[in-house]
Design a protein around this ligand. Structure first.
Ligand SMILES: Cc1cc2nc3c(=O)[nH]c(=O)nc-3n(C[C@H](O)[C@H](O)[C@H](O)COP(=O)(O)OP(=O)(O)OC[C@H]3O[C@@H](n4cnc5c(N)ncnc54)[C@H](O)[C@@H]3O)c2cc1C
Ligand code: FES
Ligand code: FES
Length: 500
C-alpha cells in the first residue's frame, strides 16, 4: 500500500498528527475509535440526527470561519489543516477563554442547556451543544442576537427524542446573557497558517489539490479515484452501503472552486462552495428563497455539502436543481482538454447519469441575475417540514410584463428519473395573459408532462396532484390572493414562562 499522508489538525491548542488513517475513514471513527473521544455520539450514521456534530475552524479572509458538521459522514482527511472542537474540548481548550468573570467553568453553550433543562437522556446533547457552540461563535461573539427563528434554523439538523425542542431553543437564545467566552483567534490563526505552510507532500490515496490546474491533472491521472466534495452523499455510501474506496480526489481545496463572483449578468458559484454559502448568495438576489434554502437538509449538512455535489450527484429528488433550472443556470465541465458549458437541464442523461467524461469535473454553476418583473417561487413538499428530502419540488419563474408572460421557466424534482424542465408547460404559458384559467390549464399540462413513480416518500397520484396544486398556489400568490408568508413551523414555539 502506498504511503498515506499524515492527517494533522489543531485541537486544544495543539497539533494532532495521526498516521496511517485510511482515505475512506470517517472523522467520527477517528474520534471515537482512534482518539477515544466518545463524547461525540453516533446515532444514525447518515447525517440525519446531529448526535455526531463537531465544529471545524478554518481561515477565511483573515478570520476564523466556524462550521458545525456531521462527523459521521465527513472523511477524516478532509479536516486536515483545520481546527477541530468536540464536546469534550469546550472546557479543555486553552484557546477558549472567559472574557467576563463567571461562576461556571462550562461554556455558555453548555451552561445554557443546564439552566434551561435542555437535556433528559442526554444522547443528543453533545450534538446540540456543538451546534450551539457554532452559533455562539458565528453570532453571539459578533454581537448578533439569536432570534427564535435563527435558533430553529441552525438547530434543524439536531434531533431530540425526549426533551422536546422548546427548552433547547430557550437555551440557544439565552447563551448571549451568560458571561462571555472567546476563542483566542489570533493564536489559532497562527497555528492554522503554520500547518498550511508545513503541509506534507501529497500521497496517492487522498488527493486534495489546491489549485484548479493541479485538480484537473489529478482527475486525468486518476480517473478511478472517487471524486468527493462535502461527502454528504458519498459518506452514506461508506457508512450505510459499506463501500470502500482506496483513492479519493477531494475537490474542495482548490481555491477556484470555492469562489463566488458576480458580474453584470450572472452569479458564478464554484462547484465546491458549500450549500450554506451558495444559498446565501442566491438569497441576496431572491430573498423569497430563504425559507426554501433553510429546508435543504439541516445546518451541518449544508455546511459540508456543496452545490456542485448536489448537481453532480443528480438525484431526481435533489432540491437545488429544479431551482437552478428555473433560474436558467448553466454549468462548466472542465478537464485538461479544456472547458465546456452546458445548460443544467441538458446535463442529465438518465437516472443518476450525466455528461461528465471520466477525466472531467464540474467546476462552476452560473446563474443569470434577476430581471425586471420576475416572479419566482420555490416549493418543497416533504413529510417533515425541516431536514427532510422532497417528495416533490417545483420551482416556477415567470417574467410577467403588463399581465403577459414573456418567459416562463419551470424546474421540477421528484416527478421523473432526473431533475427536469417542464418544457411543454412553459410553451403553453409563454406569450399568454397570466390568469386563473391559464393557471388551471398549466397545472393540467404539468400533470400530463410527467409520469412520477410511487415510492416510500409519496405515491405517483399524490405527486401528480401536487404539480397541479402548486401551479394553482403560484397563481394565488402572484395574483395577491394568498400570502407568501411561510407556513408555521417550530419557530412559532415561544419561550415557556416559568413562574419563580
Ligand atoms: C441528512 C441529509 C439530508 C439531506 N437533505 C437534502 C435535501 O433536503 N435536499 C437535497 O437536494 N439533498 C439533500 N441531501 C443530499 C446531499 O446533502 C446533497 O446532495 C449535497 O449537495 C451533496 O454535496 P456534497 O458536496 O456532499 O457531495 P459528495 O457527497 O461529496 O458528492 C456527491 C456526488 O457528486 C460527485 N461530485 C462532487 N463534486 C463534484 C465535482 N466538482 N465534479 C464532479 N463530480 C462531483 C461525487 O463524486 C459524488 O458522486 C441530504 C443529505 C443528508 C445526509
Ligand atoms: S450520527 Fe446521526 S448525524 Fe451523524
Ligand atoms: S435528551 Fe434524549 S434524545 Fe434528546
Amino acid at each position: 500500500m502506498s504511503h498515506i499522508r499524515p492527517l494533522r489538525f489543531i485541537r486544544r491548542g495543539q497539533v494532532v498528527t495521526l498516521n496511517g488513517v485510511a482515505p475512506d475513514r470517517t472523522l467520527l471513527e477517528v474520534l471515537r475509535e482512534d482518539l477515544g473521544c466518545t463524547g461525540t455520539k453516533e446515532g444514525c450514521g447518515e447525517g440525519d440526527c446531529g448526535a455526531c456534530t463537531v465544529v471545524l475552524g478554518s481561515e477565511r479572509e483573515g478570520a476564523v470561519h466556524y462550521q458545525s458538521v456531521n462527523s459521521c459522514i465527513r472523511l477524516a482527511h478532509s479536516v486536515d489543516g483545520m481546527a477541530l472542537w468536540t464536546v469534550e474540548d469546550l472546557v479543555a481548550d486553552p484557546l477558549i477563554q472567559p472574557t467576563e468573570k463567571s461562576a461556571s467553568d462550562l461554556h455558555p453553550a453548555q451552561q445554557a442547556m443546564v439552566n434551561c433543562h435542555g437535556s433528559q437522556c442526554g444522547f443528543c446533547t453533545p450534538g446540540f451543544v456543538m451546534s450551539m457552540f457554532g452559533m455562539y461563535q458565528n453570532h453571539v461573539c459578533k454581537g448578533q442576537a439569536i432570534t427564535r427563528e435563527l435558533a430553529v434554523e441552525e438547530l434543524s439538523g439536531n434531533l431530540c427524542r425526549c426533551t422536546g425542542y422548546r427548552p433547547i431553543f430557550d437555551a440557544a437564545q439565552s447563551m448571549a446573557e451568560l458571561p462571555r467566552m472567546q476563542v483566542n483567534e489570533p493564536e489559532l490563526l497562527k497555528q492554522i497558517n503554520t500547518l498550511k505552510t508545513n503541509a506534507p507532500s501529497g500521497d496517492a490515496t487522498y488527493l486534495a489539490p489546491t489549485t484548479f490546474n493541479e485538480l484537473l491533472r489529478a482527475r486525468a491521472a486518476h480517473p478511478d479515484a472517487l471524486v468527493a466534495a462535502g461527502t454528504t452523499d458519498v459518506g452514506l455510501w461508506i457508512t450505510k452501503m459499506h463501500k470502500q474506496y482506496a483513492q479519493i480526489l477531494d475537490v474542495t481545496r482548490a481555491e477556484e472552486l470555492r469562489r463566488i463572483t458576480t458580474d453584470a449578468q450572472q452569479i458564478h458559484i464554484g462547484a465546491a462552495v458549500s450549500l450554506t454559502d451558495a444559498f446565501g448568495a442566491l438569497v441576496q438576489h431572491w430573498p423569497q428563497l430563504h425559507r426554501f434554502a433553510t429546508r435543504f437538509a439541516g445546518m451541518p449538512v449544508r455546511n459540508s455539502g456543496t452545490l456542485g455535489g448536489n448537481v453532480a450527484n443528480g438525484s431526481p429528488i435533489g432540491d437545488s436543481m429544479p431551482l437552478l433550472i428555473a433560474l436558467g443556470a448553466s454549468i462548466t465541465l472542465a478537464s485538461v482538454r479544456g472547458e465546456r458549458s452546458v445548460a443544467l437541464e441538458d446535463f442529465y442523461t438518465g437516472y443518476r447519469k450525466n455528461l461528465l467524461a471520466a477525466d472531467e469535473l464540474l467546476t462552476a454553476i452560473h446563474v443569470p441575475l434577476p430581471v425586471a418583473n420576475q416572479q419566482l417561487a420555490a416549493y418543497k413538499i416533504s413529510k417533515r417540514f425541516d431536514d427532510d428530502i422532497s417528495a416533490v419540488c417545483l420551482v416556477i419563474q415567470m417574467q410577467i410584463d403588463n399581465g403577459v408572460i414573456c418567459e416562463a421557466r419551470i424546474g421540477a424534482g421528484g416527478v421523473a428519473a432526473t431533475p427536469a424542465r417542464a418544457v411543454q408547460t412553459e410553451g403553453l404559458l409563454n406569450g399568454q395573459v397570466w390568469s386563473e384559467a391559464l393557471a388551471t390549464q398549466a397545472g393540467q399540462s404539468l400533470q400530463a408532462e410527467f409520469n412520477p413513480i410511487s415510492d416510500m416518500r409519496a405515491s405517483s397520484a399524490y405527486r401528480r396532484e401536487m404539480l397541479g396544486a402548486l401551479l394553482q398556489r403560484f397563481w394565488l400568490e402572484t395574483s395577491g390572493t394568498l400570502s407568501k408568508d411561510p407556513a408555521p413551523s417550530l419557530a412559532t414555539l415561544q419561550p415557556l414562562e416559568v413562574s419563580p
